[in-house]
Design a protein around this ligand. Structure first.
Ligand SMILES: Cc1cc2nc3c(=O)[nH]c(=O)nc-3n(C[C@H](O)[C@H](O)[C@H](O)COP(=O)(O)OP(=O)(O)OC[C@H]3O[C@@H](n4cnc5c(N)ncnc54)[C@H](O)[C@@H]3O)c2cc1C
Length: 449
């Protein structure tokens, strides 16, 4: 592999990198895919729900393969608000999600990433694993290759950085610094073995059907984040993640949060007798739209987590990574035709991203986390208040319903947190702030176009 020249070097064989490699190699570009793990997926962590649409745009009909790299197709999605003893569920189940192509699947990254990288090899890409890329090579200010920790140098017309949340390459290209603690979340996940029949019985699922639970409220101890529980074929993925800045502020260790989650009286019966198979932790880029770095420079593009392409409010990251990897590859394919790998030409990538769901979604969710952080009561007092109100509503204690309802309403409107939120929402300063924010966002959006 010493001192070779390729059309494109792709660093990182996660969803972004493999998508880019498949797309480039299929059109005959000489493509190399470098992965530091012993094998693709060796170090990768995901909850993990994968949306079908973006994968079928690269591997049509993948689910028809004899052994597709997926666990269960998801037919039910639930959001839960938890207090110490109770939970309010909001769920959606659809028979339409039983039809192929299914909306989404649970996956296990170790097997998924191996399968996906193999597709890149089948398309003609050269995959090298156990290769840590340690630097970029520049000539006349233009990026033209990479150096590995073993001292090898590889050259290419374009390098695509798909090296995940702590993108060394984006740093070396001068496009990002290290992320601030409020731009990343830390998630811990445990995979728990449970027999197939028990999973289907406990979660009311038909064979191969899966369910997802996203849990808010007490489970994050007032920090911004959420917990998740997803069903695999013969295991459960249970995890919780919060902003790193919140972990720093509270001093709560992430493993303690996961232990509390496992002991929660509503969760406990669902995971009873499940055996721990694996424990992992990983950062998630959650800075959103405002944290996105410049996505291109001369001879260089960034895709996926490396570019903060995650929409946490919809637990989407891997699908953004796939689409971005594919679009980065399509940009390289067009640059090959013109022979132009300048920053100006590669800006086409950003234009392509704007025409998909990626930039619009990140843009539309850009202020969500900040808004929640401005109202910490939403993470502390409100879940308790809502769960207590529901308890009182459903608990029959001999009072007339009208008395119960009026007591609940009084408690809600006399609650300090609720009054604070109402007061903070209904004032001129806040309304002006919202207006200014909208103008600022519109200008930023224009700048990215
Ligand atoms: C706990 C958790 C739960 C999540 N749940 C979901 C979910 O349910 N659904 C969803 O869509 N997304 C989810 N995500 C987000 C999702 O995992 C990411 O958005 C997605 O993996 C991004 O893909 P990527 O290819 O950009 O990066 P990655 O998957 O991180 O891949 C980067 C690759 O680059 C390699 N690499 C890094 N540096 C180098 C280097 N210097 N040299 C060589 N190789 C290198 C890494 O080993 C890795 O294989 C979750 C994330 C976490 C942590």
């Amino acid at each position: 592999m010493a001192d070779e020249k390729f059309d494109v070097i792709i660093v990182g064989a996660g969803p972004a990198g493999a998508s880019a490699a498949i797309t480039c190699a299929r059109t005959g570009l000489s493509t190399v895919l470098l992965e530091r793990g012993e094998y693709p997926g060796a170090k990768n962590v995901q909850g993990g729900i994968l949306y079908t649409k973006m994968l079928t745009e690269i591997i049509p009909d993948f689910w028809k393969e004899p052994k597709p790299p997926v666990e269960r197709h998801i037919t039910e999605q639930k959001v839960m608000l938890l207090s110490n003893q109770s939970a309010i569920h909001l769920g959606f189940k659809s028979a339409d999600w039983r039809k192929e192509p299914h909306n989404c699947y649970s996956i296990i990254r170790v097997s998924f990433d191996r399968w996906y990288a193999k597709k890149a090899e089948e398309a003609g890409a050269e995959l090298y694993t156990g290769v840590l890329v340690s630097d970029l090579i520049k000539k006349n200010g233009k990026i033209c290759g990479v150096k590995t920790s073993e001292g090898d140098e590889l050259f290419a017309n374009v390098v695509i950085a798909c090296d995940g949340v702590n993108s060394l390459l984006a740093q070396k290209a001068g496009l990002i610094d290290e992320w601030r603690p409020d731009e990343v979340a830390l998630a811990v996940k445990e995979t728990l073995a449970l027999p197939k029949e028990k999973i289907e019985e406990r979660f009311s699922l038909e064979a191969n059907e899966g369910a997802t639970f996203e849990m808010f409220g007490k489970v994050t101890e007032g920090m911004l984040g959420y917990a998740f529980l997803y069903t695999n074929k013969e295991s459960l993925s249970l995890g919780v993640g919060c902003k790193v800045s919140h972990f720093q502020k509270t001093g709560i260790p992430p493993y303690e949060l996961l232990d509390h989650l496992k002991a929660h009286p509503i969760l406990k019966p669902l995971i009873k007798d499940a055996q721990s198979l694996e424990y992992s932790g990983h950062l998630i880029p959650e800075g959103g739209y405002y944290s996105m770095p410049p996505l291109y420079t001369d001879g260089f593009l960034i895709a996926g987590d490396a570019a903060q392409m995650v929409n946490p409010s919809h637990r989407e990251g891997s699908n953004l990574a796939m689409t971005a990897g594919k679009l980065a590859a399509e940009t390289v394919i067009e640059s090959k035709k013109t022979g132009d790998t300048s920053s100006k030409f590669l800006s086409l990538y950003q234009k392509k991203l704007r025409e998909t769901f990626i930039i619009p979604d990140l843009y539309d969710h850009k202020d969500l986390e900040e808004k929640i952080e401005e109202r910490p009561e939403l993470l502390t007092d409100i879940p308790d208040l809502v769960c207590n109100a529901a308890y009182e509503y459903f608990n029959v204690d001999g009072r007339a319903k009208r008395d119960v309802q009026s007591a609940i309403l009084k408690k809600i409107f006399r609650n300090k947190a609720v009054r604070k939120i109402i007061k903070s929402e209904l004032n001129l300063k806040n309304l002006l702030g919202l207006f200014k924010g909208a103008v600022k966002s519109a200008l930023n959006y224009k700048n990215l176009s």
